[in-house]
Design a protein around this ligand. Structure first.
Ligand code: GAP
Length: 445
């Protein structure tokens, strides 16, 4: 079995238009990435699936899209101004900067090899700051949000008073977050600009442990639903040294990335810490009056916090396979679940001539309402199939001479490469049926 490295995934992402380095024509910007034509579809599909799972399929979760720029007091209340930092050292020789907890300070500098060249460790705050308005003094300093969660807490009362939610309920949001990360190797795994999918579940104190267990189960099930191999997912409970000082309990879902087991999502019992902090820093009442019991309290929060861009890397890593075929040929295939694949159906005329292209084009247009489609008529059919395999298109529909006679086409399944003859009138139902019963095929299923 060929080894799947991050380099192979990075190379495919660039070659096929999933992900590019930001500002590449200027030499690139570290820690920032652009999602190309296929990458943006993959990312949007994961986001939309999450949104449906975490809002529409529940009667008690509502959505929010809060602003990236917030009042600077938010970040004092949340503890980010004080505590959101990594211990850093600089090499005095080459000026490279490292997290002091990630290198051996007694060893030579990993960048230039100089010995005894490190500065004393000092704390480096991960929040990006900027200024709002015309003045750029201390009074105009604001931050780019390092997590989406605080926007939810700050709007807690607005949501309660404007919608019909009752505790327990959740507020979900997806959006960009920014962290001035020093260690940005590993591609989009850890970037300075990234997207999060977070949901804050507000519940009565005392019920938090029950909800914590419920959300743990739900969140792991989510990854199974988008086709991630269960054998590459596991739980990691935060030990005393990892647990945020306010958290009662925290678990990470970890995935076996090409560089090893790494965090993908956190499920945290944040108690009433955040709302209490905002109550004391803003002076506004953050309590909730329970309409049934008549009790007034600050709800506890169970948070599910996933990285959207990190999930994109996981989906790519999990899908990537180099399969040796009979005869020794190797095909690169992305075995995306059809629910998240950037293109669901490619429509291909066997040849361009004799009216096949026209029929195929028409069919592709008819399928657009139902699926993300793609039309390709250039090159040998085998090469077109391979191109679709490499970008993870689960279904290829081929229009051939028989199609002109009996209005049937072939439906090729990416994982098995099996082709079945289907009547055009049954095509949508066949594809939907195959998606509903999809199980990953191939050597590493
Ligand atoms: N509100 C809680 C919170 O932000 P976190 O563990 O710091 O918790 C949650 O982040 C998730 O956000 C992580 O599990 C990861 O998927 C993603 N994430 C965090 N920092 C990231 C970065 N620099 N680049 C990409 N994703 C990141």
């Amino acid at each position: 079995m060929a080894e799947i490295t991050l380099e192979k995934i990075v190379s495919l992402c660039k070659r096929r238009g999933f992900i590019f380095q930001s500002s590449e024509i200027y030499g690139g910007l570290n820690g920032a990435y652009d999602y190309g034509p296929l990458g943006v579809e993959l990312k949007n599909n994961i986001r939309d699936f999450w949104w449906k799972e975490m809002t529409r399929l529940h009667d008690d979760i509502v959505g929010l899209d809060s602003s990236i720029l917030m009042h600077p007091r938010v970040w004092e209340a949340s503890g980010h101004v004080q505590n959101f930092s990594d211990p850093m050292v600089d090499c005095k020789q080459c000026k490279a900067r490292f997290r002091s907890d990630q290198i051996d300070l007694a060893a030579p500098c990993p960048n230039c090899g100089t010995r005894d060249s490190f500065t004393e460790p000092r704390n480096f705050n991960l929040m990006f700051s900027t200024h709002i308005g015309a003045a750029s003094d201390a009074s105009s300093k604001i931050y780019l949000r390092p997590e989406t969660a605080q926007g939810i807490y700050a709007d807690f009362k607005n949501v309660v008073s404007s919608s019909r939610v009752k505790v327990p309920f959740g507020i979900a949001q997806v959006g960009k977050s920014f962290r001035n990360e020093i260690t940005t190797k590993h591609f989009i795994f850890r970037s300075c600009e990234f997207e999060q999918m977070e949901m804050q579940w507000f519940c009565t104190p005392g019920t938090d442990e029950k909800w914590f267990a419920y959300w743990k189960e739900q969140r792991m099930a989510f990854y199974h639903k988008i086709g991630i191999r269960p054998s590459r997912l596991r739980w990691h409970q935060h030990g005393a040294d990892e647990l945020a000082f306010y958290a009662k309990d925290a678990y990470d879902i970890q995935y076996l990335f090409p560089m090893g087991w790494q965090e993908l999502e956190g499920v945290h019992n944040r108690t009433d810490y955040d709302l209490s902090q905002h109550q004391s820093f803003s002076g506004k009442d953050m309590t909730y009056l329970d309409p049934v019991s008549g009790e007034r309290y600050i709800p506890y929060v169970v948070e599910t916090s996933a990285g959207l861009t990190r999930t994109v890397l996981m989906a790519l890593s999990d899908a990537y396979e180099e399969e040796t075929l009979e005869g020794g040929d190797v095909r690169t295939v992305l075995r995306f679940h059809p629910l998240i694949a950037p293109i669901t159906v490619a429509v291909l005329p066997l040849v361009k001539k004799d009216g096949l292209a026209e029929v195929a084009r028409e069919l592709e247009k008819d399928l657009r309402d139902e699926f993300a489609t793609f039309y390709d008529e250039s090159g040998a059919i085998g090469r077109r199939y391979r191109r679709m395999d490499e970008i993870g298109t689960p279904y290829c529909v081929t229009v051939d001479y028989q199609s002109l006679e009996d209005k049937t086409v072939t439906l090729r399944h990416r994982d098995t490469m099996e082709q079945v003859r289907v009547s055009i009138t049954d095509l949508v139902a066949s594809i939907k049926g195959a998606t509903a019963s999809y199980t990953r095929g191939g050597s590493e299923a």
